[in-house]
Design a protein around this ligand. Sequence first.
Ligand SMILES: Cc1ncc(COP(=O)(O)O)c(C=O)c1O
Length: 371
Amino acid sequence: MKPPPTKPWILDLTPYPPGKPIEEVEREYGVRDSVKLASNENSLGPSPKAIEAMRAAAADVHYYPDGGAFYLRRALAERLGVPDDWLMFGNGSNELIELLVRAFVFEHDEAVVAEHAFVIYRMAVQAQGGRTPTVAARDYGHDLEAMAAAITPATRVVFLANPNNPTGTVFLAEEWRRFLEAIPPRVLVVMDEAYAEYVTDAEYPDSIAAARAGRPVVVLRTFSKIYGLAGLRIGYAVASPEILDVMNRLRAPFNVNLLAQRAALAALDDSSHLERTREMNAAGMRLLSEGLSALGVGFVPSSANFLLVRVGDVDAVNEGLLRRGVIVRPVGVYGLPEHVRVTIGSAEENQRFLEALAAVLGRTSGGDVAV
Ligand SMILES: Cc1ncc(COP(=O)(O)O)c(C=O)c1O
């Protein structure tokens, strides 16, 4: 049946291409024991405390969840040092990006994004009939000065990802301070910090402090990455109650499910799981950096739990990796046709990737290191 009329910009949208699920790869390629390093998930899995909390909560799922996420809100507010009404929860931080755009960006409006930025910003804005002027990257990262200069009277939002996905790049406090000074206060800054908990740089900006100081900043975080709860879909926004009030008007009731709320609350309390994850990531980052350098394969230094790796012929390399049961993410959709993004996994998974890549590239060491 022919669909009813819609908007041309909706027909121009291409659905988001997610990482291939393990089952699909194993079915298609006839492989077993494959490893998925394609979606920046936590290879250690969820916190054991979160698993326990979900088990205990399973018998309650005939009830709707708490629409206001009272207990999680209270615990997180205390953790972050913000009042309870400075938080909003979403079905993944992805939902919060969409709510933000639906609340503040309309037909003909602009949202400034960076080249190689997380594609969901562009898709959400396009779905509203808005435009995303895209500012050239500098060394794969955001050029904040150029992004501030790209603001026009039509600009409603600027999207910043820190660290950025898929490049892993960060910008630091001084650059952030200059950016905030350069932009008009009517423009909302979305600071997407999905990987913040992995960053070790002491100069990483305190964006929540900026929001608390009255800057027009919305900070987005998630339980999908370091907390290992991607399958539950839960993220949060930190912003002034006035901003959140507008977004909240568009929020579906019970948007964050009961298991997600209970698991996130338990995960928040498991600092040792976080610590182990950070250690695994640091060790994996070292192993992969050394291994890639030894193979003569270039990559972008990363502050997150993944690496952007330049493999050249992505189709051939990706196919070769899949045949060996290693799933990574091609990132052509991010304007990076020669790169793949590889999540830092467990020691064993990282080794599997390096060995598979060496076999696919047909070399064991040497060659040019080029990013
Ligand atoms: C930069 C960035 N923001 C937001 C998200 C969305 O995460 P989620 O919806 O799982 O919270 C991701 C996930 O890949 C991401 O990389």
